[in-house]
Design a protein around this ligand. Sequence first.
Ligand code: GLV
Ligand code: MN
Ligand code: MN
Length: 416
Amino acid sequence: MISAAPAQQMQGEALAARIEVLAQFSSEPDALTRLTLTPAHRDAADLVVGWMAQAGMDVHIDALATVVGRYEGTDPAGKTLLIGSHIDTVRNAGKYDGNFGVIAAIAAVDRLNRESTKLPFAIEILAYGDEEGVRYPSTLTGSRAVAGTFEQAALDDKDADGVSRREALARFGIDPAYAATQARDPARVLAYVEVHIEQGPVLEAQGFPVGIVTAINGATRGAITVTGRSGHAGTQPMSMRSDALTAAAEMILAIERIGRSTRGLVATVGRIETPRGAVNIVPGAVAMSLDVRSPSDDERREAVERIETEIAAIAARRGVSAKFACSHDMPAAPCDASLMDALEQSFLHLGFTPYRLASGAGHDAMSFRGRIPIAMIFARCKAGVSHNPAEYASPGDMEAATAVLYDFIRMLSRER
Ligand code: GLV
Ligand code: MN
Ligand code: MN
C-alpha cells in the first residue's frame, strides 16, 4: 500500500504493491480478466474509490462507470487538470496496462494532499472502465463522455451474451440516462494527462526508464462476417463446398500481407468464431475481428479499403460472401507541443533524458483529440510485452513516471 510517510509516498515498491492489490479483481481465478461493467470491474472501481478518498479527493462514479476523484484547487473559478487511465483489462491481461496510470495519478495527488499543497487549478482523476473494447464493439465510452463525443447508440451495443451496455450499466448500479451529460467544457480544462506503460519495446531498447509520447496511432476496428453454406463433412465433395472458414483463412493471410506492406502499419485478426461449428460440419459462417492501426490516417484508411477489396475478391473466388462492419474509427491523436516541452522540463529537472516516442497502442487520451490538449508519459515495459500476463514495469520505472507526473503538475501550477 502507499505509505503514509511523505518520503515514501511515490516509492516504486508502494506503486507495485497497489498493482498487485488491483490485479486480484478478476472474473477468472487463474488469469486477470476484468471486462467493462462486470462484477470484477465494479469491485476494482470500489477499491479505487477508496484510494482516491484516502488521497483527499471527493469521489463519485459517473454515468459511464468512470471513477472520478476531484482534488480542489485554491481558486474556485480556476480550471481543471484531467488525469486519466483505465481499470478494465483484456482477457488474460497484464497487471500494468491502464491500472498503473490510475495508481500513478492517485499517488501524485496523495503526495500533494499530504504536503497540504493546493494548486491554482483543480485536479480530476478519471479511472475509466471501457478502454479495451473487448466486451462491446464500441469503446472509449468513459473518456468520450468526458470529452463530449459519446454517442447514445453505444448504449444499445450488445455483448456476446446479448446483454446491452445499457443493461450492464444498470447492473453496475448506474443510471445511463445521464451518459451524455458528463462532458467537460474545454474552456474550463487545463489539459488532459495520461501515464501508461509503453506496451512496446522502444524505451527498453533505448535504455530509458520513461518517455514523452508524441502521438497515438489511429485505429480502425470492426467485424468481418463470412457467409458460405454449411454441409455434411463426410458427403460434400471438396469441389462443391462454400466453406466460410477456409475463405476466412485466406482472408487472414491477405490481411497480414497488407499489414506488412507498409512501414508503421499493423493489421490483426485477433478473434475468430465458427458459429454452430462442429467436427462434422463444413463451416457455413465465420465471424472474425479486424484491427488496423497506423501513425498515418491516410495509410490506415487506404489499408482498410485494400482489405475490403481483397476479402471481396477472395469471397467471390471461393463462392462465399463477406462484409466488414466498422465499429471503431479513431484518427491518430497528436500530443500538444507545449505540453511536450513542459514534460521535457520535468524530465530534465529530475535527471531523465527527455526521449520522445509515438504510441502504437490506443489510449483514452485519444478521445480528447482536437478538444483538449493532451500529454502522455510512458514507463518502460519489459521486452515490449503487453496484453499478456508477462507484462511488466519495474518499481523503479513506475516511480520515475509518477515522479515526472508530480513534477509536471507542480510546473503547470507555476505557469498558470
Ligand atoms: C488498447 O489497449 C488497445 O490499444 O487496443
Ligand atoms: Mn491501456
Ligand atoms: Mn490494453
